[in-house]
Each structure stands twice: as C-alpha cells, then as structure tokens.
Design a protein around this ligand. Structure first.
Ligand code: FAD
Length: 497
C-alpha cells in the first residue's frame, strides 16, 4: 500500500532516494502518479499543502503584478492537494488541430507535436475529469433543441463539456476525489506540507541531483531522485526554476532566458455584445448547462478552423450569459432590421454575450523574481501583464462575423458593446488559466522543454502542466494538460525502465 506522510514528521536531514519525484499534487501531479501506478517505479510526490486550505501555506503564493489589470496571484490558484482544481469551474474542451500548427502570420506559434500525438490520451483525460459521455460537438445530434441557424460563414455552434463529481454539484476536486486511489498505489509516497524550495543541479549543471524540501514548522530534508517532474502550476514552476540559481546563475533550464516568458491566460470580458434572437427561441443549452445523453454540455459560438486559417484569427468562444434589456435605440434597431429583412421580431429576446479569448504569444508578458522573500526564503514572483489591442480587435471581428451570419440567416442580430481599449479593460475578467511560462519547443532557443516535456538542458527534469503550452487556443486547459501528462507517463515508463 502507498502512504500519505505528513512532512512535518520527517526528521530534518533525512535523504529520500527514489526513482521519480513529482513536485506538486494538483491535477497534473496526481494524474501522473496514478498513470504510473502499475509500474515498478518508486515515486515520491511532494505537495506543499495538506488536505485542506491553510492560510499560511496559501500565503506562499503571494506575488506582485504590474501592467494590464490582472488577478492577484494568490487568489487565482490554490495551494493544497488537488491544487486549483479545488475551485475550478469544470469547463472542458479539447484544443483544435490548428492550435498546434505553425502559422506564418502568428509569431511564436507551432508546437513540436501535433494534435494526433495527444488525441489517443484524450479519452482517459476526459474520464479523469469525470466529464461523462464524450460528445462535445456531437451534442446537438442527441437533442430535440435546435442549434441557432447561422448562414454559411466563419462562426459555428460548438459545445463545452463539464466535469461533474458523482452525486455532487461540484466539478471534480482532484485531491479529495483521487486521494483514496493514490493510497492504493504500492510504491508511491505522498508527502503533504512538503514545500520544494530548491531544484539542486549537480556540479556540471546538466542534471538534477537533489531537491530541497522545507516545512513551515522548520523541518528540512532532501529527495534524491533519478528523475523529477515539476508540476506546480505555470507560475510556481517558473518561480522554482528561476529561484534555483545556485549552480547556474540564470536558474535551472533558463540558459536561453525563456523561463517565465510568454505567460498567458484567457481574457473573459463580460457583455462584449448583445445577441438578439428574432423569434425568441434560443435552445436552453446556450445559456446554461444541460444534460444530454449523460454529458453535461453548454453551447457557444466559435470561429471555425477554416475561418481562422483563412482570416488569420486567434481562437475564441462566445457564450450566452444572461437575458439583456434593450434600450429604446436597441429596440428601434431590432424593429427596423426585422422590417428590412421581412421577419417577425415581435417575440425577439436579447442576451448578453461573454467570451473567452486567446491572446497572442508575447515574450514580454512574463514572470521575474523580486527581492522580497516568502516565509521559506524563496524570492517572490512578479508578473508583468500585457494585452494587445489587436487581441480585442480580432475578437470584435469574429463577433461581427457572427452578426453577419445571423442577418444572412434572418434569425437574429448582434450589437457590439465594446470598442475602445478602456471599454474592454473595464469589462475584463480572466479564466485563471495560467499557461506558457515553460513553453514546449523543438529548438532550445525558443522554449524550455522539448516535445517529451523534458527541460532542454537538464537530463532528468520534466515539466507537467499548461506552462508547456506554446500557444493557448480557446479551449480550457485542464483536460488538454492531462492528455499531455498521460503522454509523459508513457515516456517516463520507457525512460526510467
Ligand atoms: C477559479 C478557477 C477556475 C478555473 N476553471 C477552470 C475550468 O473551468 N476549466 C479548466 O480547464 N481549467 C480551469 N481552471 C484551471 C485549472 O484549475 C488548472 O488548469 C489546473 O488546476 C492545473 O493543474 P496543475 O496540477 O497543473 O496545477 P495546480 O492545480 O496549480 O497544482 C499545483 C500543485 O502544486 C503545489 N505546489 C505549488 N508549489 C509547490 C512547491 N513549492 N512544493 C510542492 N508543491 C507545490 C500546489 O499546492 C498545488 O497542489 C481554473 C482555475 C481557477 C483558479
């Protein structure tokens, strides 16, 4: 039987030798440990928190932000077993093939792997998220409720699915849900309250030799693994790599100054547009989750892959958030448009649209270390946030395309609500989807990890999580990062055999 050990009971000076050390017990670390369960590998999983929220541990996540408005770093993630899945929304969607492609018009695009390389891990990733029958865009085939008719064009209805824990209204909280399974893994030891404070390179700087662990009660011990996987989320993984600078002054894996760059999240501005449906009959899955054939789904409007390629646009989604009241001008515009189109809009209903946008990759949207330190002596992290006007403009153009298709189908119309940068920023929210800070690349000069998620210039260190995404798509990251984690597990089975 595997074991859960409170690191505060481990005597200082202890050295634990193991095949693999997984750092971080969020969805990535947990699912990696489970995927290696049937191997002969001895695995140590180090998790900073315990089974529940603790304010002192959470405070280790404090950091600063500057630039464009963003969330406080402490509030946009959680530091205990299960990580940020303890308050995630459960939205799931796979990335599209185009998201992996090198696009000449998009600087820094192109993953060193294709969608086909991860597709076969998706069913398992989907089941780890407990997201029900795998339907996504086939959801409309199994319901009487019609999709909103749009004319031929760039935008179409597609579907999200949702993680739901059995007998619960909450999405899967990976710590609580999978702790019993972790305890059944014979050669796994999970250390709780175990904070990694240093990734120790050997003298050559080419290999991880030891990992320093500290508890908030003052205990210090080390793990000496054959290989290690950093799975502490996109902000903390970059922080640990940068702060472990005793052997290489620029930190671990940072010889080409890539660690911490290209930070990304999905902006989710509210009330970006008002959608008017002329006959007032909008299928319920647009505005709220619906259960269809054992899957919890919700529809949204997405630019198609063909449209994105042709018109060089980033990924996005638009979702119906709530009913909206039209002002006198809006009502007049609906009446006039309906009259011009020769349709009856006497039952028209208006809705507010929200959105999820992909941002263009930007090396200067980045994490750096600060002079101030946390309670364990680690430098705090600072995020310099940026968002380009072109990102807003691209999304606005996609909404305009949706409006064109509605008018051409004579089913509805769109009013665009946000124009200036200040209007977009005033309505801005974020998905809490931290990505990009240890990007995957074939060339070490343009990224931190290779196609197997191994840090380019360190022989035995890997990174798991959405920090490895070179571009971001509009899909929710967790199910996609779990597919990559399962692929990493297969690689480690070979590499450590
Ligand atoms: C409010 C919110 C809503 C979200 N909604 C969605 C959604 O609907 N759909 C979606 O796909 N994604 C969503 N996400 C994102 C999702 O939660 C993450 O993609 C997912 O949790 C990432 O898993 P991870 O294991 O890679 O990282 P994390 O969940 O961040 O886990 C990292 C783990 O590492 C531990 N750790 C950190 N530092 C150390 C250290 N020094 N030593 C040891 N352990 C350490 C932490 O305690 C934590 O358990 C949401 C996030 C938030 C915050």
């Amino acid at each position: 039987m595997g074991s859960f050990i409170d690191a505060r009971t481990v005597p200082s000076g202890t050295v634990l030798e193991t095949d693999l050390c997984i750092i971080g017990g969020g969805p990535s670390g947990i699912c990696l440990a489970l995927a290696l369960a049937k191997t002969n590998l001895h695995v140590v999983l180090l998790e900073s928190g315990g089974m529940e929220f603790d304010a002192k541990t959470q405070a280790l996540y404090q950091g600063d932000t500057s630039g464009a408005p963003y969330l406080t770093l402490e509030a946009s993630r959680l530091r205990f077993l299960g990580g940020s899945s303890n308050h995630w929304g459960g939205w799931c969607r796979p990335l599209d093939a185009i998201d992996f492609e090198k696009r000449d018009w998009l600087a820094h695009s192109g993953w060193p792997i294709t969608k086909a390389d991860v597709d076969r891990y998706f069913v398992k990733a989907h089941s780890l998220c407990e997201a029900g029958t795998l339907l996504y865009d086939r959801a409309a085939d199994f319901t009487q409720d019609p999709i909103l008719k749009l004319a031929e064009g760039g935008v179409r209805t597609r579907f999200f699915q949702f993680s739901k824990m059995r007998d619960s209204v909450f999405p899967t909280h990976f710590g609580e849900r999978y702790a019993p399974d972790l305890k059944k893994v014979a050669k796994l030891s999970v250390y709780l309250n175990a904070n990694v404070t240093r990734l120790g390179l050997d003298k050559s700087g080419a290999k991880i030799a030891e990992i320093d662990v500290a508890t908030l009660t003052g205990k210090h011990f080390k793990v000496k693994p054959r290989a290690a996987v950093l799975a502490t989320g996109a902000i903390e993984s970059a922080r640990l790599l940068l702060a472990s600078n005793d052997v290489r002054p620029s930190g671990v894996g940072n010889s080409t100054d890539m660690v911490g760059r290209f930070f990304a999240d999905h902006p989710t501005p509210r009330d970006t547009a008002t959608l008017v449906v002329f006959d007032g009959k909008l299928s319920p899955y647009y505005g709220a989750i619906q259960t269809i054939k054992g899957a919890i789904v919700r529809g949204g409007f997405f630019p198609s892959e063909a449209y994105r390629r042709k018109h060089k646009v980033m990924a996005s989604s638009a979702t119906v958030e709530s009913k909206a009241e039209l002002d006198a001008l809006g009502k007049a515009a609906v009446a006039e448009t309906a009259r011009a189109l020769g349709v009856d809009a006497s039952d028209a209903v208006a809705y507010s649209l929200g959105c999820g946008m992909e941002v263009t990759p930007d090396p200067d949207r980045r994490l750096t270390l600060e002079a101030a330190r946390d309670a364990l002596g680690l430098p705090k992290i600072k995020l310099t946030m940026k968002i380009a006007d072109e990102d807003f403009e691209q999304y606005r153009a996609t909404l305009a395309e949706l409006g064109r298709q509605l008018l051409a189908a004579r089913t509805g119309m769109i009013r665009l609500n946000l124009s200036s940068r200040s209007e977009w920023l005033a309505n801005l929210d974020w998905g809490n989807h931290h990505m990009g800070t240890t990007r995957m690349s074939a060339n070490p000069k343009t990224g931190v990890v290779d196609a197997n998620l191994k840090v380019h210039d360190v022989a035995n260190l890997y990174v798991a999580g959405s920090s490895v995404f070179p571009t971001y798509g509009a899909a929710n990251p967790t199910i996609n990062l779990l597919a990559l984690v399962l692929r990493l597990a297969d690689h480690l089975k070979g590499a450590l055999a």
